[in-house]
Design a protein around this ligand. Sequence first.
Ligand code: SAM
Length: 938
Amino acid sequence: MTEQSSLELEENAGKENQQGPVTCLGLTFENDEVRRAHFTEELRKKLQDPEFRKIEGFPIGSDEDILNLSDPPYYTACPNPWIVDFIAEWESAKCKVQSAEKPNAPCTLHPAPYHREPFATDVSEGKTHPLYKAHSYHTKVPHLAIVPSILHYTEPGDIVLDGFGGSGMTGIAAQWCGSAPKDYRTTLEQRWKTEDHAAPKWGLRHCVLNDLSPAATFIAANYTLPFDVRAFSSAARKLLNEVENELGWMYKTLHTDGKSRGRIEYTVWSEVFTCPECVGEVVFLDEALDDASKKVADEFPCPHCTTLLNKRNLERRFNTSPDSKLSDTWKHVTFRPILISYKVGKQRYEKAPDAEDLATIKKIADMPFPEEVPSNRFPIEAMYHGSRIAPKGFTHIHHFFLPRAAQALGTMWRKATAHPDARIRHMLMFFIDQGIWGLSILNRFGPTHFSQVNRQMTGVYYVPSQISECSPWYSLEGKADRLPKAFQSNYAHPSGVITGTGSTACLQTPNQSIDYIFTDPPFGENIYYADLNFLVESWYGVLSNANAEAIVDKAKKKGLPEYQELMRRCFAEYYRVLKPGRWITIVFHNSRNAVWNAIQEALQAVGFVVADVRTLDKQQGSYRQVTSTATKQDLVISAYKANGGLEDRFRLTAGTEDGVWYFIRNHLGNLPVFVNKDGKSEVIAERKEYLLYDRMVAFHVQRGVTVPLSAAEFYAGLAQRFSERDGMYFSPDQTEEYDRKRMTVQGVEQLTLFVSDEASARQWLREQLRQKPQTFQELHPRFMKEIGGWSKTETPLELSTLLEQNFLRYDGKGPVPEQIHGYLSTNWKELRNLPKDDPTLVAKARDRWYVPDPNKASDLEKLREKALLKEFEEYKQAKKKLKVFRLEAVRAGFKKAWQERDYAVIVAVADKIPNIVLEEDPKLLMWYDQAVTRMGGV
Ligand SMILES: C[S@@+](CC[C@H](N)C(=O)[O-])C[C@H]1O[C@@H](n2cnc3c(N)ncnc32)[C@H](O)[C@@H]1O
């Protein structure tokens, strides 16, 4: 599609929602309401089909609630049955555009050759963009961080998928490619030019979004479907005004001058405790808050008996009140209003609640609880954070709202959901649902914070001892101003993004129909999405089906293996729907290494080949991320689905040397050739021999094919067939490109290697000796510094052993080896042009260790492998669990056992080593998973 046609699409964006005939999936309707009514009836019929409702991850909700939330066929709050139709329509449109503009160009149904390298820049931009901020969601990836990846991997009209789509940022990014403002385009084009990147092709990309959570997909759909911004803006204003007219009296307070009336912005409530010594009542904030410094003290004296009190020795004071929603009594911790922040005119004031304020609060508490506020029970027993809320008495949705907040939210929800225009109705719900957390008792009072809006702790249900009960206007007025501005660029296209709700393990997408996948999957146990979304989804009446959630959660009896299996099934779907030769980008947030390994293993197990792993610098972490310990940075993983040619050829040559080199040649072709990192050539880890070996082994193993070469043979063959530059390997045409670009920069940016075990120590030594052959004495002090973080379970190894098993020492006999000669003659003027047996040169070279040439390395490697397998034999015989062992020996033993189909040995030795080692080592995990699968599960 040309720029011109994509621009035409932009101009049309948003118009489909206006009055007048609209076309959708080949049908023409009088207007958009009629289109919606038609497809709603179609969806209603579908919902009555029991087979449809059996699809994995189908949300929990009545037909009517699902229909109310949906905007079919573009968005369904259940699996979207129209995805196949849209994809067919998009593909044939692409064909038509191509053949009209370039009659001789191949159509996409008979695709042109496609080639891309992994996109090798970090994505960390866009957190302050108004669109990103228009609606919050847990762990959002900004759309502007995704746009460059989509532009890189796809052409206009291509189809992008995100199965863990969350708030729909990938969908916005896909549309943004067609509607980005001029200044954005210019900046990106200039940046890419300086990075030597081919110019982007602007134009709309289509996108299929999916998520398990209806809360997420509802946000995503509203973000990506066009609407009349002006109509929404006035509807939002009207709604707030009407609520003010009806409920304004609840937020009026008498100013301290005794005459004027103020408008309450927020009321601070404090939890009430009991002193453990004198049983006197302690209003927490009255005692703990220092008015002058605004600090909350950890410890303070009891106002009655002066005993020192803190959160650990204070006793909760429970109150039992009628629960009209449940027609029962309700026992819960006690809160009391202690401070009111209000405005008279433009001036802000604070005061303690007076008798009139307390009477108003009492009057509201006596009113019937609004019908709109849901009263369903949290699945406490199956929730990780259940133990944080239930002991305080908060078990049902309505318990989370103080009476006045419940009246406000209930009224706003009633008005939003009653709006006659479905599209505006949905946008009003999108607007109001942002107040649900912030108007609940989860909203912490921050004495030093200027704003009290949406101050809940993220990623967790935490009821604080100090609450800010905000007024609806204080909470939402700003949003009502900002939303129309954020959406005014009108980037959305009527059938640009299609959204469905269900599990990615069961996508409604045809085979090989997707051009690119960008995805940010749930990462283990950091964020409990289904639980967290329960609060908002209860208002919709459509809940996430938590059974299908890919998560590590003890409360749901899901451990790492269950998570890995769920991820494997989701990735298998990704693999199925992606076109061969195409790419997937996976964002992984910092978490335990074991979770990262589970993701990698799942990804490779279904057939993807990893080609690049990079860090993603996200400045603000959510609650769980900041406290998690492992990998400090977020990662971006680029992997590809081997093209049909590679798979076919590999099938024919599988298990032979030819197969290995065919894979490597193909794989090198998929790796970046040159990365300019701050004016230096960055060492591309994936081009290092050990990673190439690992990828080759994984490719074989995941396809159940014997690996025909040992590491030593592989390294020798690699050096024979490919050129080495700066410790990386290149195919002939890439070598020429690398050399050319390398001349334009100053030096090489080496990889940072952390030495923690034998394998990393070998790599570290290899790097040191490759750059400079050194003596033991030179190496030793630096080696000792590096091994500070040696793993507790790894057998300690002397430097001398590592050197002897992996490298060669020049003992002064015979000519000086090339590797040492080259180094000395480059660095010492006086040693230049000397014959290799010159005594001065020999003296300088003696006792230096160096990296052997590939043939000698092969001999060494064989000896080492023998030693490792001998050690593995001991592990096999061991009767007890292994506490300290040589991981390399276990890896070598597992590989041999797998080749010999001795799966029982793998499982038996795996049982002897600590679980954490198995989970955190990608190679062991691969062999182990393979063995378990082949034994039919253990
Ligand atoms: C890290 S979040 C994605 C956030 C997204 N990048 C954004 O910007 O909003 C992961 C999402 O995966 C969803 N999820 C968990 N298990 C799933 C499954 N089996 N199928 C589909 N989605 C799932 C969660 O509901 C959550 O929204």
